[in-house]
Design a protein around this ligand. Structure first.
Ligand code: GAP
Length: 555
């Protein structure tokens, strides 16, 4: 490379020229304008050649990048907790002061992941279904709601302490005699009944204030608003009302990271049908064909292992009684599987007699193989007419609706209530995604729909104005649609690794060819492969990649 001076209309202009021998002939071409003075030109030429060196070494590194092979890594819950804190997913609440048991704060990427889980749930359950609408009830409501729902009288556990190791726990009042400590199998000593509802007072002046509760489930706001919602949305049976929101329980021993918290979020649906049609099957019944471990009440009583079968087989063998239950178990499992979860880590378990909540006649839990054992991920209860009839009794208001088919006034029943904790879904997606490459680096293989950052823009050369301009334009354009980051610090390898750890599915590099070719390079997180894509089709390509409509390999 060399500097040439050109005189145009009495003015000097300096250019950087490069010569190449092609087929024995030397040709030279201008590769950059360097300014009007020799001093400027020398300075810019130096900068240019440094940038070129940087670019070449980055490109070389990038080309040398081996194809990534991922290995699933099983994490303990402590390892997951530490990883989440280190990378900005979840922090202990009030960490500066030592935290507070059962309360957690979400960091920058954790907040995005949590919002994405909730958005995907809402899209799948509410927006894509014509028979389900959503509401957003308040956390504190009239305390009479909780008397009617049975939470004041029946939502009671026994606080216990292990006589051997001193672990504090809670057990259902029916289970006290047979319960053993999970840690050491020791016997428990009862510390008496307790109601896990948090109480507060409403009103600033103590004498005039009313005692109230922080809601322990979101469901009751659906029941109390049932009639209004049905009328407003002109709903015809069967239909569902969904809600996502905070719930609070003063758990005696919050533990296992965000698995059991005192403040958490629930995603719940109350699905109402005409009680006389309980035995019928849903018109849109579609059962997944995946085999799943099924653990019925009988199998537990007989102390046999769970059996692997499809939901349809469980229904045909009358292990699952109702088509409605089978349909919703299938729907909920499908949601997890469609977002990348492995069916082998899921099973369905029926509640045994004593275990059911005060409102439920039959409950199936979706359980997950957490690092601390098979535990409840989601409850799917048949609540019958318990709640609406209790609210009718206590409020003395008629909650019956006219069924448009029979033209009769009926009190609908909740044939299923799928109720899922956001925090438990969060743990599941993190555990399922956590992988390592051969070098032991973390790659969080989240479904792109859930990834906190969808795209990272990484210009290969920091000081090159034309590249930065393209990179900033691409960034500005993509940012309007997704959470996108711009990062020009450190080697490109380090920038890829930073994004792999938080699950960014696609990194975009802009190099010296980009200006001429009007394209960028997309790098795929899961195997490290790269493809050049024209800038004008970039957004559409990313849209298809993120939604899963197109796979990276087929670009
Ligand atoms: N409305 C029904 C209901 O609340 P539940 O089985 O008590 O039923 C439903 O709770 C779901 O809420 C659970 O399956 C779990 O995912 C989540 N959940 C319950 N208690 C929780 C806690 N203390 N911390 C985190 N999630 C919790």
């Amino acid at each position: 490379m060399f500097i040439v001076k050109k005189k145009i209309k009495e003015n000097n202009y300096y250019y950087l020229q490069q010569s190449k021998r092609v087929n024995g002939k030397v040709t030279s071409k201008t590769i950059a304008y360097l300014g009007k003075t020799k001093k400027d030109a020398e300075k810019k030429a130096k900068e240019f050649s440094t940038n070129q060196k940087d670019y070449k070494s980055e490109t070389k590194k990038e080309l040398m990048e081996e194809k990534i092979v991922l290995n699933k890594k099983e994490l303990t819950i402590e390892e997951l907790t530490n990883f989440c804190k280190r990378k900005g997913f979840v922090y202990p609440s009030g960490d500066l002061y030592g935290g507070i048991a059962g309360f957690w704060d979400y960091g920058p990427v954790g907040t995005e992941l949590k919002n994405n889980i909730k958005n995907e749930w809402w899209k799948f359950h509410v927006q894509e279904n014509e028979d389900i609408v959503g509401i957003d009830g308040s956390i504190i409501t009239n305390p009479k709601v909780w008397e009617a729902s049975g939470h004041v009288g029946n939502f009671v556990d026994i606080a216990v302490v292990c006589k051997k190791c001193g672990t504090k726990s809670k057990v259902d009042k029916h289970e006290l005699e047979n319960a053993k400590c999970e840690k050491c199998n020791g016997d428990f000593e009862s510390k008496g009944e307790f109601n896990p509802m948090f109480t507060t007072s409403v009103g600033p002046i103590k004498e005039n204030s009313t005692n109230a509760y922080l809601r322990p489930e979101t469901a009751q706001l659906i029941f109390t608003n049932f009639k209004l919602v049905q009328e407003n949305a002109r709903l015809k049976l069967p239909f569902g009302i969904a809600q996502i929101g905070k719930s609070f329980r003063n758990e005696i021993s919050p533990r296992n990271f965000i698995f059991r918290c005192r403040e958490f979020e629930q995603m719940e649906i109350e699905y109402f049908i005409d009680p006389s049609k309980k035995e019928e099957f849903p018109k849109k019944e579609k059962l997944i064909s995946t085999k799943i471990k099924v653990y019925s009440e009988k199998m537990q009583e007989n102390e046999t292992d769970p059996q692997e079968m499809t939901i349809k087989e469980a229904l045909n063998k009358k292990i699952i009684q109702l088509h409605w239950h089978a349909h919703w178990l299938s729907t909920e499992l499908h949601w997890f599987f469609s977002l990348g979860a492995n069916p082998k880590n899921f099973r369905i378990r029926q509640h045994t007699g004593d275990e059911k909540s005060h409102y439920a006649t039959d409950t199936w839990d979706i359980e997950y193989k957490f690092p601390f054992g098979w535990k409840e991920l989601q409850g799917i209860a048949d609540r019958g007419t318990f709640d609406l009839s209790e609210h009718e009794k206590h409020s003395k208001k008629d909650l019956k609706i006219i069924d448009n088919e029979s033209n009769k006034k009926i009190l609908p029943m909740v044939v299923v209530e799928p109720s899922l904790g956001v925090e438990r879904a969060f743990i599941v997606f993190m555990l399922e995604a956590y992988q390592e490459n051969e070098k032991g680096n973390t790659i969080l293989k989240l479904n792109p729909k859930l990834s906190p950052t969808k795209v990272a823009i990484l210009p290969l050369v920091k000081k090159e104005e034309s590249l930065t301009k393209i990179a900033k334009e691409v960034y500005g354009n993509l940012k309007k649609e997704w959470n996108v980051t711009y990062d020009e610090s450190g080697s490109v390898g380090r920038r890829y690794a930073r994004n792999d750890e938080i699950g960014t599915p696609f990194c975009i590099t802009i190099d010296n060819e980009s200006e001429k070719r009007k394209d960028v390079t997309i790098r795929n997180r899961d195997d490290g492969t790269q493809k050049r894509i024209k800038i004008k089709t970039l957004k559409e390509t990313l849209r298809k990649l993120i939604s899963g409509e197109v796979l990276f390999g087929s670009l």
